[in-house]
Design a binder for this molecule. Sequence first.
Ligand code: CUA
Length: 341
Amino acid sequence: MTLFSARFFPTLLDAVTPASWSWLPPQYSTYAAGIDWLFWFIMWVSLFFFVLIVVLMVYFTIKYRRRDESDPPGHGATHNGPLELAWSVIPMVLALMMFWWGLDEWVAMATPPPDAYQVEVTAAQWSWSFAYPNGGVSNELHCWVGKPVRLLMRSDDVLHALFIPVFRTKMDIVPDRWSEAWFTPTADSVGEHRLFCAEYCGQSHYDMKTSVVVHATQEDFQTWVDNSLVMPPGTPLAVWGQSLYESRGCKGCHTLTEQRGQGPGWLETSKLLATKGKRQFEAGAEREVNVAYLQESIKEPKKEVVKSFRGVMPTPRRFSDQDIEAVIEFIKSLAPEEKKP
Ligand code: CUA
């Protein structure tokens, strides 16, 4: 803790900026309050000088205006030592406070605690994937109260930025290098919060959004891990396929109805699979829809792009052969049963 630290002024700033006026989101990470104090400090200092300067400018313009043609030009100011010192030293002290305070918060944000739970984040056009230490992957970020989470992040393609407003966590993700961020969820943060991309990254940038889910306890988090990240023993493949459809981002583009999404609907795919139907590709070729075709198009989505769609699907990460089999079983289960004659 330093002299100019955020924690030094809270009561003063709290008095001028009660939480009820604030349009900022709730403070759900341990460092959020410090960042907000800095924000409000800079805000109020800027507002004070803005008003002071504009009011004086208008006042002097009126007071010292030229009143008529005979009014001679003034001498102009030479200099005023004490005034010049004051307008140099006061802003310097304020700017140094902002620097010191900002540095203090930045160092805190750049230093994850050694016991942090590490999640590997991959940003791609246009999806998020979060890989946990047990090898499981999800497209939502899960964590629990009080446990620091360290995000080790990289991009598959272009610049992205991870932004979680309630945690005040924001960090660019640059291709070909790792970037890092961390946060500790506070006790009142249990629930689901917005996480999105804050760097324009192409046509569907607006759609690059998901959730952070804060569990109340490590046990709750572990229950989610056991049920969602690895296939529980004895689960029917089609059921596991459905949970992958929901947890791994397939549902963002592939509908289960006749409605058209960003990618081919799975109901139609299922009907083609059941009837050995053919599918036309953008390149002009066509191919029978069978298990081999589905396996290949999951592993290499950009190889054969279905006619009238854009080849935008990212290659799924950490999809085991069993996962692929499960997804195909789920697709198979969608077509209505053949009507008996
Ligand atoms: Cu990724 Cu915008």
